[in-house]
Design a protein. Structure first.
Length: 270
């Protein structure tokens, strides 16, 4: 009888140790940031800012070097201009839905990504074809202005100096014209026109954009410059700036991306 009791206790102890060991070995989120990119120079500028100003460790990889698990990273930044590989698409969606912070920069929303099976549904985005003036998606290498439409949010306001005041009318009509803080992006920057939301009001809009087309003289004001969307247990943050190195050399833009990493959701506003 004593032998049986001893064996039972031994088995229970072994099982308990196994359970505790599994708990210890489970992946936990760390402070590091992973950047998945296919244009390195811009991301080198951003990574330097993160390490110097944010004291954050940064790992920069291409899609061919994608790790099997992303769950260890505090945030994953996507800066992919060309094809978004299906393996990457699935990995970043799974990471976000499991509780990760995905930060999609600039051409993370572009016509090439419309070829992916799940990505645009995940983002709640659609790009229509046709002329820009009729609502078709377009990209323009040009000066443009990022407009702060959410002046109490941590991402768009913590340690950021908005350089000017601009007259803006929200594209969420009906709306009234008023002054908002703005940041001018110049030189070889790039703006996207006619990003369409497919998810109603699931997104929190942070910024709008102002772009004046030189060919037609028409000015576009659209609430699409930056936004947040909850997905599963995680969060997507999209920021349109970031085509060229000079965008990231603007400390206000780089700080906004750093804020997107550090933002603690509902616990932080300003």
């Amino acid at each position: 009888m004593k032998s049986t009791t001893y064996k039972t206790l031994l088995i229970c102890t072994v099982l308990l140790i196994a359970v505790l060991t599994c708990g210890v070995s489970a992946p936990t989120r760390q402070s590091g940031v992973l950047i998945i990119q296919d244009e390195r120079p811009q991301m080198d500028v951003l990574a330097k800012f993160f390490t110097e100003k944010g004291k954050l460790p940064v790992t920069i990889i291409d899609q061919q070097s994608l790790p099997t698990q992303l769950s260890a990273y505090k945030a994953v930044i996507v800066f992919i201009h060309r094809e978004l590989h299906e393996q990457t698409e699935r990995a970043i969606i799974d990471y976000t839905k499991a509780g990760g912070r995905l930060i999609a920069l600039h051409h993370s929303i572009s016509s090439r990504k419309a070829e992916n099976k799940f990505y645009f549904d995940f983002l709640g985005i659609q790009l229509n074809k046709g002329p820009m003036e009729d609502g078709g998606y377009a990209w323009k290498a040009s000066n443009w202005t990022l407009v702060n439409l959410n002046t109490k949010h941590y991402i768009t306001n913590h340690n950021i100096e908005w350089e000017e005041q601009v007259i803006y009318t929200s594209s969420d009509q009906p709306a009234v014209e008023k002054l908002y803080p703005g940041i001018g992006l110049k030189d070889d920057s790039e703006v996207f026109i006619n990003h369409r939301f497919t998810d109603g009001r699931q997104k929190t809009v942070l910024c709008g954009l102002i772009y004046t087309d030189k060919a037609t003289g028409k000015t576009y004001m659209q609430d699409r410059g930056a936004w947040i969307k909850e997905s599963g247990k995680g969060t997507i943050v999209y920021l349109m700036p970031g085509h060229c190195k000079s965008d990231y050399q603007n400390e206000n833009v780089a700080r906004m991306i750093l804020n997107a990493v550090n933002w603690q959701n509902k616990s932080q506003t300003q």
